[in-house]
Write a protein of this length. Sequence first.
Length: 46
Amino acid sequence: MPRNARLPTEIRRLLDDRMNARAARDWSRADALRDEIAAFGWEVQD
């Protein structure tokens, strides 16, 4: 995705939630959020 592209609001919210889960070392929650993002057709690359 180009860096200047806009993310849909829902995807941005999911990414923020995932970032918080990873910071808290809640790996199962982070994985679930990654899967939810993927269901929208987006790929998360760490």
